[in-house]
Design a protein. Structure first.
Length: 337
């Protein structure tokens, strides 16, 4: 029983995956952040940022909340602001999909669209941040959640890691999570460090993201990856980083839906592809946890559209169809016996 919708952003399921990785000598789990009320891991960060700022009196009556987000964080903030009766202006860019904009509006948020990338960096993210600063100046009673620097962002994921640790009695050998603001990675890393756990944190980042000394480049799939190095990033935050391509995300997502019947977003496909890349190195009997950050419904026009995939990558369906076919044979056999 919960007293408000925001309180339901917790205790998401930890699911054991027995099919997608093939025959494994280690235990593979997915933390399904897709079960949060707005459909993503960012609900936790958004709700915590708003509620802690309210507790501290940093958000005053009648305040306007202003943030840059092209998706999940905006939706999390839109829920929190609707609940607490706050005005939200969400700064997005032309790459934000129409469904996300409609969801923001459905919660009563205002959407401010920047039309051009920042002339200096060429990045839309920088252009959005510039616009946030402009809007903050225009609205004296305003609050900027600043998800890239706010420790209440990472603190929310400290709790996520605590939930995983409780489920697995703190025996977590590998944790794979996607990175953007680094709130998730930082919160989990802080928990691991504070409890002297032996967990290896593996950051999964996009090719074209500047995190982990990456080179800035074009990216098609939103969610993970960043055009700026956030303050929440600290050196040693992860034992290692695996960079994945847009195609890796698609293949990961398509394999997950075919084999496990889980419809997840691009960064979850990225994390699963990263796991596929390193699975031969994982020790027998280990507990390996992947964080699946959001649901697949917001990617129906991209990752799950055959036409979109063909346009960007050509005919690549064999990369997941083979996987599905072998499972069908296995399933048929188990019935035959
Ligand atoms: C789908 C998805 N995956 C991963 C991330 C990365 O999470 P974090 O910002 O905590 O690094 C985000 C952040 O917005 C996201 O939307």
């Amino acid at each position: 029983m919960y007293d408000r919708i925001l309180a339901t952003a917790q205790k998401t399921p930890l699911l054991r995956l027995t099919r997608a990785g093939g025959k494994l000598e280690f235990n593979l789990y997915a933390k399904l952040e897709t079960f949060n009320p707005g459909g993503s891991i960012k609900d936790r960060a958004a709700f915590n940022i708003i509620e802690r700022a309210l507790d501290r009196g940093e958000i005053r009556a009648g305040a306007t909340i202003i943030e840059s987000s092209s998706g999940n964080m905006g939706i999390g903030l839109a829920q929190a602001c609707a609940y607490w009766g706050l005005r939200l202006i969400c700064v997005v860019d032309p790459k934000t999909n129409a469904q996300n904009i409609n969801i923001l509006k459905a919660y009563g948020s205002e959407v401010d669209i920047v039309t051009r990338p920042d002339p200096v960096t060429g990045e839309f993210l920088q252009a959005r941040l510039n616009r946030v600063r402009e809007l903050l100046n225009m609205h004296p009673n305003s609050f900027w959640p600043n998800q890239y620097s706010n420790l209440d962002n990472s603190a929310a994921h400290y709790i996520t890691m605590g939930e995983i640790a409780d489920e697995l009695e703190s025996k977590i050998d590998y944790l794979l999570c996607a990175t953007s603001t680094c709130g998730t990675a930082r919160g989990c890393a802080d928990y691991i460090r504070d409890r002297s756990m032996h967990t290896q944190l593996i950051a999964v980042d996009a090719e074209g993201s500047v995190l982990f000394n990456g080179q800035s480049g074009a990216r098609l799939i939103p969610g993970h990856g960043s055009g700026v190095v956030p303050r929440l990033y600290r050196s040693g935050i992860a034992e290692r980083c695996i960079k994945v391509s847009d195609l890796d995300c698609v293949v990961g997502c398509r394999r997950l839906v075919r084999k496990e019947a889980i419809l997840v977003g691009g960064s979850s496909g990225a994390v699963f592809s990263a796991l596929e890349r390193i699975k031969a190195e994982i020790t027998d009997g280990a507990n390996c946890v992947m964080i699946f950050a959001d649901r697949g419904e917001r990617y129906l026009d991209t990752i799950y559209s055959d036409e979109w995939v063909r346009t960007h990558f050509g005919d690549v369906s064999h990369l997941w169809e083979e996987a599905g076919a072998s499972l069908e044979v296995q399933y048929a056999c188990s019935w035959a016996f």
